[in-house]
Design a binder for this molecule. Sequence first.
Ligand code: UDP
Length: 197
Amino acid sequence: PEKVSLLDIPVDNLAMTEAVEVLVDLTDSYRTQQVAFVNADCANISFKNDDYRKTLQEDADMVLADGIGMKLAGNVLKRPIKQNVNGTDLFPRLCAELENTGKGLFLLGAKPGVAEAVANWVRENHPGMLISGVQHGYFSADEEPAVLEKIASSGASLLLVAFGAPRQDQWIAAHKHELGSVKVAIGVGGLFDFFSG
Ligand code: UDP
């Protein structure tokens, strides 16, 4: 899809329905595709943090403009983007598309119990969506290999990582070759806290 450079971040210029379609297509990819949501806060961090900016420029296969701030920045900078594609609107649509496809979801991140609560939200609202696994985001460096193994052996197609930016996106970039059958790995910030009730 068409990229628009906003504050040195290559943003995919997609409307919500298009973004969902592309993500569904990417779940048939031959390798793990990295997706990042960037809001105004993230753009600010990226401006100051070279490693994060490089991750968005070089590691991410897809960057979605999350929040009205990015839409406004596009207008002001005369690089208008189609739509604000935020994670809280996108997540239920993605679940609806992946229901009954056998493509599983792994939820990684947030405080203990939160990912499990999001899994329960999914089970209630999208009963045909396969949950491949859950794991909280407060594991130690020593525990990391076991977490990677848990994901790699889960059979998941879609991995959501909720550690907050920039850590989640740098974590995905560092580990995308260790995620087994995961085809799409998305950094989702505070999304789990929103869907945990
Ligand atoms: N988080 C985590 N592990 C950590 C630090 C944070 O899993 O070591 C989680 C935190 O519980 C929250 C999420 O990361 O659910 C995102 O936090 P925040 O809302 O601060 O991130 P943002 O949406 O601003 O990127």
